[in-house]
Design a protein around this ligand. Structure first.
Ligand code: ADP
Length: 450
């Protein structure tokens, strides 16, 4: 970066220097031209006085080096010319400077000579007898002047190059030094500091990025911890039924069970394996939902119909526990993932039956407004204490572990519900009174992002 800044400064300095040089040359050239013209005018004036006084004899032994002198009579005939034979010269009446002198007493003009790129300056003066004296010199071209100045110009350019090189180098180092000294782990300390004003937006950006990274890191660590806990919990939950199954199987294998007890033993093995099956099914569901339901299809469905189906499959279990279950409300067409919506209704109703009293009831109410679809599962069960209302949605959290196990719970039902609601951009609320019952209210917006 330092070399880039250095190069930019150096190039800028040299460009400014060269441009200024060109301007100065141009101004000087114009200044010298004006000076030369005025000088020629004065010299013509003086020579005219001499010719007026002495006539042609004025030109005798006159040192005319660098000048051309022409004397023209009132009719334009050349009387004298120091560089050509006046007799053979053409009539000069039409020359601009001669016309001016005859008319105004004085004239001047500039013409390019035929041979050179140099310009010829002419100055004329009318004499008292009406004749005209003309002096002319060569005006130097820019490149001729430049050639004359070549040595000092090269010297100045060299000094400018060296000087701007050294200055650019020092400046680049000075600019880069504070930037190199920045402690990027702590960019906030440079805010509102004079030296860092220009890089402050960059520092703020870095700081924001760092906080985002820290946040992400914490989130990753948290997720890893949750995963770890989940795996440990799953292993633990699976171990218990496996131990029971293998214990009973061993007793049966060794013939240590009386023939009358074989049936209850086999029944225990079956119920423990179905607990395991339920647990594995719940884990599979949860894993699918963890992926945000990416592979699942969004379809047109009706929450009311789905609720009826869920209740159909729960009815037998409910009547076994002497709990009545009913569905009410209206049809609620929606765009959703049907099997995920089904798992919401199923798990909520399953809990409402499991954690109920004998003779209790469960009511499922489906409502739809312009913006939302509502599912309310109301039970007359044991209720949920205030302090557990948030935690029941955590994986494997149970208020009464033995009761949950007794009724075949896995501790994953409400986590599945929570994820399922989240995938549908909805929310879930719980109202409950211990000993009286609970209401689970699910609100799903009708306009889905998917
Ligand atoms: P489980 O498989 O144990 O039912 P859930 O995740 O479905 O797991 O529920 C977590 C815990 O929340 C349950 O163990 C239970 O203690 C409590 N719970 C859930 N639903 C109800 C309800 N309708 N009434 C009372 N307690 C409930």
């Amino acid at each position: 970066m330092s070399s880039k800044i250095f190069k930019s400064i150096w190039i800028a300095a040299i460009s400014v220097f060269l441009t200024s040089m060109i301007f100065i040359m141009d101004i000087s050239y114009n200044y010298f031209s004006t000076l030369q013209k005025n000088q020629l005018k004065n010299e013509t004036e003086l020579a005219a006085q001499g010719v007026a006084k002495s006539g042609k004899s004025y030109f005798e032994n006159l040192n005319t080096e660098g000048y051309r002198i022409t004397w023209i009579d009132v009719n334009g005939n050349v009387l004298y010319d120091n560089e050509a034979d006046s007799a053979t010269m053409e009539n000069h009446l039409e020359r601009e400077e001669v016309k001016q002198a005859l008319k105004n007493g004085f004239g001047e003009s500039t013409r390019y000579s035929n041979t050179l790129a140099d310009k010829q300056l002419y100055a004329t003066k009318r004499l008292p007898d009406g004749s005209v004296l003309r002096l002319s010199i060569v005006q130097m071209a820019v490149w001729t002047i430049l050639l004359g100045f070549a040595q000092p110009i090269c010297f100045v350019i060299l000094i400018a190059l060296v000087l701007s090189f050294v200055l650019a180098l020092r400046l680049a180092k000075k600019i880069v030094k504070p930037i190199n000294e920045i402690d990027l782990d702590n960019p906030e300390q440079y805010y509102n500091k004079e030296n860092y004003k220009e890089v402050e937006p960059l520092l703020r950006h870095i700081s924001a990025q760092q906080s985002r990274l820290k946040r992400d890191q914490t989130q990753i660590e948290k997720t890893a911890l949750i995963r770890q806990e989940f795996t440990a919990n799953v292993s633990h939950e699976l171990k218990t039924p496996l131990h029971i199954i293998s214990g009973y199987a061993e007793l049966l294998e060794n013939g240590m069970v009386k023939s009358g007890d074989i049936k209850p033993f086999a029944g225990k093995i079956r119920s423990e394996s179905s607990r395991m099956t339920k647990l594995v099914e719940d884990i599979i569901d949860l894993t699918k939902l963890d992926n945000g339901g990416a592979e699942m299809r969004w379809e047109d469905c009706d929450l009311y119909r789905i609720a009826e189906n869920a209740i159909d499959s729960l009815e037998v279990g409910a009547s076994a526990l002497n709990v009545t279950i009913t569905v009410k409300g209206t049809n609620a067409p929606m765009k959703a993932i049907p099997q995920v919506i089904y798992s919401i209704v199923y798990n909520l109703c399953d809990n409402a039956i499991k954690y109920n009293h004998s003779g209790g009831s469960v009511t499922v109410d489906v409502q739809q407004s312009k913006y939302n679809t509502l599912l309310i599962v109301k039970d007359t069960g044991i209720g949920i204490p205030e302090e557990s209302r948030e935690r029941i949605f955590e994986r494997f959290y149970r208020i009464d572990k033995s009761r949950s196990k007794e009724v075949g719970g896995t501790g994953l039902g409400l986590s599945i519900v929570k994820h399922a609601v989240m995938i549908h951009n909805g929310k879930i609320e719980v109202n409950s009174e211990v000993g009286q019952g609970s209401d689970f209210i699910v609100t799903i917006p009708n306009a889905q992002k998917k």
